[in-house]
Design a protein around this ligand. Structure first.
Ligand SMILES: N[C@@H](CCC(=O)N[C@@H](CSS)C(=O)NCC(=O)O)C(=O)O
Length: 180
């Protein structure tokens, strides 16, 4: 289950599907890329006796999805929410305004004790909680206006390998559009 379509996230999917032919790839329905299963807001993906609730959290990319495992009181936020930070919003459908609304409505609305596992650990931590981020997130504790200003002035270097081509099984074919 991919949280969004950036090369540093989806590149292993082709290899997994080769190794496990019954494996089905999952993406948010607004991701604009190829997957076996598309999920929308509030859908549940069941596996074993567990289920992941899908919450649409655009702003880093349009298709960003956060997966919530209520049984274990945790969520996988991809690059929407990072520990003490958030995904950048300066390319590929990024929007600070949309990201601010996504995180506040879909992630900060979870119970405060829920554990959050983002996709990167830039600050050396791999897990946080809703409560910790509500108190200590350096960007998302600000007002929306301040947040937009911060995000518009990050001046981060462009990721080195972002534009490398996607594996064929994740590419949108020219004559084979991705379902909307
Ligand atoms: N140095 C890395 C790129 C770092 C980067 O831009 N990370 C992204 C997530 S991957 S698109 C991000 O959103 N960062 C947020 C931040 O505040 O740093 C490289 O060159 O690959």
């Amino acid at each position: 289950m991919n949280t969004h379509v950036h090369a540093d996230h989806i590149t292993g999917t082709g290899k997994l599907k080769e190794a496990l032919p019954d494996c089905k790839s999952v993406l948010g329905s607004k991701s604009g890329a190829r997957a076996d299963v598309y999920v929308a807001q509030d859908e549940n993906v069941k596996f074993g006796n567990l289920a992941l609730e899908c919450r649409s959290t655009p702003g880093h990319t349009n298709g960003c999805t956060t997966y919530v495992l209520h049984e274990h009181e945790m969520a996988f936020t991809g690059d929407a929410l990072l520990i003490r930070g958030c995904g950048r919003t300066d390319f590929q459908q990024g929007s600070p305004s949309v990201l601010f609304e996504s995180v506040h409505s879909q992630i900060f609305s979870l119970p405060k004790h829920y554990k959050l596992y983002p996709a990167h650990d830039y600050k050396g931590f791999s897990v946080t909680t809703v409560e910790e981020e509500l108190a200590h997130n350096t960007r998302l504790t600000k007002t929306k206006e301040e947040f937009i200003k911060i995000m518009d002035n990050l001046n981060l270097p462009y990721p080195k390998r972002l534009d490398e081509s996607l594996p064929a099984n994740l590419m949108c074919g020219v004559t084979d559009p991705v379902p909307s």
